[in-house]
Design a protein around this ligand. Structure first.
Ligand SMILES: [Zn+2]
Length: 439
């Protein structure tokens, strides 16, 4: 089946960052032509994009879909208290039903807001329910169960034996890599240094050496780094490198307090960084030095983290905030709109290990595409699409969303391909959120 997105302005994010007016032609889930007028026959489905902006779907390279039902229950706390008092008890209480409700609520929010791919850290348990729920919505995800084999204040249900954590992760990786028509991949997810023994981290590093992926948190808050220094004898990112947990197969969320030496390590090893500006501000962690990181050639992606530390999951808001924060720190010329857009598309694709498949509108890539309508009072006039997308567009301006060429959002509403009906998703999520905390 051929699908043509007709007559839009295509923000391609290709190597020349071309913005062209024309058609985008999709066949078999892939982009087959960019910009030329399509020849259509009766079998061709047409999505009219006249006066609209067509761009690659947004990629969020650090999320926790398992935490969505904890939205609004964990405000105004520093990281370690936030984890011990709210997040871990929440995750510990999740069962299959609440995990599904959490993932479905998040997927609905993500798709409606133009996010088409994520790098997600699950919880310790209920990973099958999480991945199955994500897979059925049509979203693309690189996901892994959280690994936790030690730590202060870790609830009993989240604390695992090292070997068991590794075995279960290996089984999940084997089961889900390439599942749901290739939309699901696996990334090992040791939670962070303070919840992982050196043995566990080294075993994950060994898997990365074999070509598998890993996703973890690093250098988020000063108090956390102090403990890492005391207990492991070095800075957080440097410690990971010492264990071999670095390189193009590894994505580190936050890196707010990456030292100069650590930034040099990130650059030389090719480790990916996911910048989570809203989460870093709300938890009082600070502002990651991403202008310096970008200057060093480090791949920096964006992430909205989880609902309890944001409390919204809006790729457009993260992009705008990322640009504004660096301008506030470094002056107005850093992180221009096209570069901010790159963080949320191409760089995200790299951080997921999917740069050959998604992140730009190019022939041969998978058709993960969004159509945005800029004809709104807050985004008129539209002189420059990148500027409009980064500074003016809001997530509700997303009109259509495609993953693998499948239309998951049409005219601002989820289609039946997602299996998501908004009213039902909200009602189940509300019930499950209250049930697991006994309210
Ligand atoms: Zn996180």
């Amino acid at each position: 089946m051929k699908l043509v997105i007709r007559g839009g302005t295509l923000v391609t994010m290709d190597s020349e960052r071309r913005v062209v007016r024309g058609d985008l032609i999709i066949q078999g889930g892939h982009i087959v032509e960019v910009g030329d007028a399509a020849i259509v026959d009766r079998a061709t489905e047409i999505l009219d994009a006249t006066d609209c902006i067509v761009l690659p779907g947004l990629v969020q390279a650090h999320t926790h879909l398992c935490q969505t039902l904890c939205r609004g229950r964990a405000d105004d706390l520093p990281l370690l208290e936030w984890l011990r008092e709210r997040i871990w008890p929440h995750e510990s209480a999740l069962d299959e039903k609440s995990m599904r409700a959490s993932a479905r609520l998040a997927a609905a929010e993500l798709l409606l807001g133009g996010t088409t791919a994520i790098l997600d850290m699950g919880s310790v348990h209920e990973t099958d329910a999480l991945i199955d729920a994500i897979g059925h919505t049509g979203l693309r995800a690189v996901v892994g169960k959280a690994m936790m084999d030690m730590g202060d204040g870790v609830p009993r249900r989240l604390r695992e034996e090292t070997a068991r954590s590794l075995d279960e992760s290996d089984e999940l990786a084997a089961r889900y890599t390439g599942a749901f028509d290739g939309r699901i991949r696996y990334a090992y997810a040791p939670r962070f240094v303070l919840s992982c023994t050196e043995g566990l981290l080294s075993e994950v590093a060994a898997r990365v050496k074999q070509g598998l992926r890993a996703h973890t948190h690093a250098s988020e808050q000063a108090a956390e780094i102090e403990i890492v220094r005391r207990e492991r004898g070095s800075d957080n990112i440097a410690y990971f490198s010492k264990l071999g947990l670095d390189g193009p197969g590894v994505t580190l969320a936050h890196c707010v307090h990456a030292t100069n030496d650590e930034q040099a390590l990130l650059a030389s090893r090719g480790t990916h960084v996911t910048h989570c500006p809203s989460s870093n501000l709300k938890l009082g962690s600070g502002i990651a030095p991403i202008a310096e990181m970008l200057e060093r050639g480090i791949n920096v992606a964006l992430g909205f983290d989880g609902a309890p530390c944001n409390n919204t999951m809006d790729g457009f808001a993260e992009m705008r905030l990322a640009a504004l924060l660096q301008k506030g720190l470094k002056g107005p010329t850093v992180l221009p709109a096209t570069q901010a857009l790159e963080l949320a598309t191409l760089s995200g694709a790299r951080a997921l290990g999917l740069e050959r498949e998604i992140g730009s509108l190019e022939v041969g890539k998978r058709a993960d595409v969004i159509i945005v309508d800029p004809r709104k009072v807050h985004s008129t006039p539209n002189f420059d699409c990148a500027s409009t997308l980064v500074y003016s567009i809001q997530r509700h301006d997303v009109r259509d969303v495609l993953v693998d060429g499948r239309v998951l959002v049409r005219n601002g509403a989820l289609t039946e391909l997602t299996g998501l009906v908004v009213e039902e998703v909200i009602s189940v999520a509300e019930t499950e959120a209250r049930r697991i905390v006994g309210w």
